[in-house]
Structures are given as structure tokens and as C-alpha cells.
Design a protein around this ligand. Structure first.
Ligand code: TXA
Ligand code: MG
Length: 324
């Protein structure tokens, strides 16, 4: 397939370019687009044939449901029914932004979007390009992260292109994703809001609106969020999560990923000053390690608070649980 790559400045959007991509969505094609979390691989939610192509393009297992992306609250009820008050409150507080809510599915949503579950997941991104693309398409856009299944999610256009060139109709290059880890997935169908995948919006943030919110048991393996059971986020290099960098062996051909400064007498990628900077760059550097030919990555395991909860979750998966 011939893939068209379109560069769009998120701060100065050329709507004629967005319209080309929106037209592709409407006629059943696939469009890779930037969001504030990671790049998405999108198709019209209401077109089951187009959604089937999404699964094909990234070799995604058929039992792993997709998130529908919207750009207006009116679209919630096209997708979901019996939406609880708490969900509207969360929408008001956190949309557009990195929060995905699982709600009861309307029967008009094709089975393939929800992988046969009776729920639907909905997200309203804050990214200007995503917002315009959804709006101009006129339909919700079902989109997983734009990586081949198992690889780290792309947070730079170049990485989305590496995985998706030749597999989709259009790739929109809208610069780097600012957040860098995928959205928080919260199940709103089970009484107490339950986080199935941690992200930039924490359970504490959600509880500040709803009163209560819990992490779903062992959320790293929560069977309710089918995607969490697959091997994830792994580069070719062997990854270790490291609590104390002085423990990381100085073997040849290895690189450190860290944040918060410090001098290194060995190859190192420094993401910036804070754990937020680290979240923004972790997936980027996992892919960079492969590009630069490193065989082993030692990545700092951050503290379990704030966005650090999400970063730990992704890093431990990339590392297959290996901690130093
Ligand atoms: O930030 C994000 O959420 C990105 C951008 C593109 O929006 N999207 C993303 O999609 O990360 P994906 O497909 O890579 O991850 C969605 C996760 C998967 O683990 C999936 O199993 C879960 O959400 N999920 C989706 N719909 C669900 C549902 N109805 N019930 C339970 N889990 C669901
Ligand atoms: Mg994904």
C-alpha cells in the first residue's frame, strides 16, 4: 500500500490537509494521527471492514478491543448507554485529555470494535490535530496505538512511520506526543470506578471527582482489560528496570535510560529533570536503543506516585518484570 505522509503543525493547522485525512477515514481507510499520549492508528468506528483493517495493520489479536475517539460530548451517547452521572463529571473534569472511560456499549457499535464485549471505551483527546481530524471526519475514530503489536507505542512521527509505512493510507506527522504514555483506562461499569490501565490521570485524580476509585486488582494483568495480558512495549534490546543505577552492570553494548541529571561514564539517554519528562521520553528511548544498536537497556524505575505509577507499569512490562 502506498502511504501518504502529511506534516501538520498542531499550532497552526492547515484544515485542507486535515480534510484529506478525514476523507480517508470516511471512505473506510486508515489514518495514523498524533495525540497528546501516543500516536493512534484510526478508522471509522462504525465501519466494521475498516476496523478489521486496523487489527490487520498492527497484527493485533482479535480479542483486544479498541478505544473510540470523540471530539464532542454529544458523541458519547452514539456509542454508550446508561452513562452514569459520575462519568459525565469525569468528562467535564478530564476531557479533552488522557482519560478513557469504559461504558455500556450501544448495539450500534460494531462487535469488532469491542472485540465482542458488551462495553465500549471512549476517549476525548486534547491534541488539536486529533480534535480536528475527528470533527472533520464526522464519526468517532476507533484507534489503538500506532505500533506493531508488542512494540513500544510511537511518541514521535518517525516511530509511527517505522511501524506503519506501507500498512496505512495516511500518516499525519504532528510532532512529538507530550505525555508519552497511553491514556488511563477506567472502568465505569462496575460501581466503583476501577483503573485497568494507569496513565497520566491517576486513581487519586479520579477519586477527587467521584469520591472513590481503585486500581483493578493486579491491574498489570487485569483480565477485564484484554490488552494488558499481552507482551508489551518491548524493543529488541533486553530491558531491565533499575531501582539503583549503581547496580546496573557496565557491560559493553548497554545503555542507561534515566532522568534527573547526573554524570555518566557510559552511554546514557537522559529524559530531562522530572518523572513527567521521563514519561514523555521512555518509549522514544526504548526505540532509540534499538536504532543505536544497543543490546541491553537499564532504565530507571521511578517512584510509585503520580505519573510514575504508569511509567512503572510500562517499564516493568517492557522488562518482563526483571528488576535490579
Ligand atoms: O492513549 C491512548 O489510549 C492511545 C491513543 C491512541 O489514544 N490508545 C491506546 O489504545 O493506547 P490501545 O488499543 O493500544 O490500548 C487500549 C487498551 C487495551 O489494553 C485494551 O484492551 C483496553 O484499552 N480496552 C479497550 N476497550 C476496552 C473495553 N471495552 N474493556 C476493557 N478494556 C478495553
Ligand atoms: Mg497499544
Amino acid at each position: 500500500m502506498n502511504t501518504e505522509i502529511i506534516k501538520i503543525d498542531p499550532n497552526n493547522i492547515d484544515v485542507s490537509l486535515i480534510d484529506r485525512a478525514a476523507e480517508t477515514i470516511r471512505r473506510g481507510g486508515l489514518v495514523v494521527f498524533p495525540t497528546e499520549t501516543v500516536y493512534g492508528l484510526g478508522a471509522n468506528t462504525f465501519d466494521p471492514k475498516a476496523v478489521a483493517k486496523v487489527y490487520g495493520a498492527k497484527n493485533r489479536p482479535a480479542d483486544n478491543p479498541l478505544i473510540s475517539h470523540i471530539c464532542s460530548l454529544d458523541q458519547v451517547e452514539e456509542l454508550a448507554r446508561d452513562v452514569p452521572d459520575m462519568a459525565w463529571k469525569l468528562a467535564e473534569r478530564f476531557w479533552g485529555g488522557p482519560l478513557t472511560m469504559i461504558l455500556k456499549r450501544r448495539e450500534t457499535v460494531p462487535d469488532i470494535v469491542s472485540a465482542g464485549l458488551d462495553t465500549v471505551s471512549i476517549r476525548f483527546p486534547s491534541h488539536s490535530v486529533a480534535y480536528e481530524l475527528i470533527g472533520r471526519s464526522g464519526v468517532p475514530i476507533a484507534a489503538p496505538s500506532a505500533n506493531l503489536s508488542g512494540s513500544p507505542s510511537p511518541t514521535a512521527a518517525r516511530h509511527a512511520i517505522d511501524d506503519m509505512n506501507g500498512r496505512v493510507d495516511v500518516i499525519i506527522d504532528g510532532g512529538d506526543s507530550l505525555i508519552g504514555v497511553e491514556s488511563t483506562v477506567v472502568d465505569m461499569t462496575c460501581g466503583v470506578p476501577t483503573v485497568l490501565r494507569p496513565g497520566a490521570v491517576t486513581a487519586e485524580d479520579i477519586a477527587s471527582v467521584t469520591g472513590r476509585c481503585v486500581y483493578g486488582g493486579d491491574y498489570a494483568n487485569a483480565p477485564k482489560c484484554p490488552g494488558m495480558k499481552y507482551t508489551h512495549y518491548s524493543p529488541r534490546a533486553e530491558v531491565w528496570a533499575v531501582t539503583d543505577m549503581s547496580k546496573a552492570p557496565k557491560d559493553e553494548n548497554s545503555v542507561i535510560i534515566t532522568y534527573g541529571g547526573g554524570g555518566f561514564d557510559r552511554p546514557a539517554y537522559n529524559a530531562g529533570d522530572t518523572v513527567k519528562d521521563y514519561a514523555a521520553k521512555l518509549f522514544y528511548f526504548l526505540r532509540r536503543a534499538d536504532e543505536d544498536g544497543f543490546g541491553t537497556v537499564y532504565a530507571r524505575l521511578p517512584e510509585e506516585k503520580g505519573i510514575g505509577i504508569a511509567v512503572r507499569n510500562r517499564l516493568l512490562k517492557a522488562a518482563g518484570g526483571k528488576i535490579l
